[in-house]
Design a protein around this ligand. Sequence first.
Ligand SMILES: *Cc1c(COP(=O)(O)O)cnc(C)c1O
Length: 416
Amino acid sequence: MTTADQFQQHVLPTYGRFPFVPVRGEGVRLWDDAGKSHIDFCSGIAVCSLGHCHPRLVEAIREQAGRLMHVSNLYQIPQQAELAEEINTQHVKLPGKVFFSNSGAEANDGLIKSARRFGHKRPQADGTPRCEVITFQMSFHGRTLGAMSATGQAKIQEGFDPLLPGFRYLPFNDVAALQAGIRPETAAILLEPIQGEGGVNPATPEFLRAVAALCKKHDLLLFFDEVQAGFGRCGDSMAWRMIAPEIEPDGISWAKGMGGGVPIGAFWLSDRGMDENGTALSSLMGPGSHGSTYGGNPLVCAASLAVLREIREKDLGAHAILMEARIRETIRSWQFPVVTEVRGSGLLLGVGLDPARIPTPEGKTAALVVVNRLMERGLLVPPAGPNTFRLLPPLNVTEAEIDEALEIVRAVLAEF
Ligand SMILES: *Cc1c(COP(=O)(O)O)cnc(C)c1O
């Protein structure tokens, strides 16, 4: 039986999978079951920050696996404490506290629960709890019931209603709509500083600053979903700092790139005071309020520590910015009318396509047509919405690897 046959018989068909069977990886390269090598600019969707099987990450996992893989969160896990300290002092650089989850959706669920708690502690004038979180159209926050309900895309929610109540989706980058959209029951605003799945759409500095100001004015929590954009992917360790560095959020969620391939996510709450007594916001989630059996176990924390330290010590965020410039310059030099624009920051980049120039069979999008052609020529990239494909190489990608990948992109786009 082939892998494809096994999938058909035994795996729920929730993904439309490409006919590609990866079996081995090293750095930016991925080999299929026929021994053919591909350049991987998908990186497991912005997960493999250091590329495949980076020696430092492999060694950290090997060492920790042989020492201690899992113990309960009933105990004090040294790797978890060390990772939280690394995140707070070297990456967020604001006083706060971390909770470890196993995925991005779970991390966002944690933020949503924190918003609900906040809305109970700081209710409306008549004492009714505030329970609404404002999110944005074309956002993506994950697939759990909570994170899916927060996601501003009807196609993600189709057929799953009733959704979790307490969300409203406003147009992204629209200050006036947000000013008009805040209600007495609103407790928090959650947004991706750069929308990833929705097509690689960065928030404008004006919008991000307006969001922060409105949160202050109306006593709302400001949450950034950095699941795809965080930890060097966009240049700075935190993506919002590429847009409006002075903003101090109340909560942040992460996953994807922080683990380099092991399943780990996290959310963070600020230590700032939230009332007249200066009670720390992070105290909202006290003993018994939240939990996860696996979350932050020794194995994944040791792995994530190796990833975050490698990113910091090698300044891979700064490298990502240099590589971004190279990619933008090269694509601009082609002057292909099929390319409408390049959006994003660092190595979270979206190449916008003009669908009118791409013959598209029924049921396919322009992005999928191009992604398939790139794959035939040995370059793996993910789409982002119907008319954009993403370039998500590992943060330590070399100039030569960028050039090799872009030559494939040029050859394919030249056909349109
Ligand atoms: C991928 C993603 C999520 C969901 O993460 P999972 O680990 O798949 O649950 C949430 N938010 C953003 C911005 C993402 O890109």
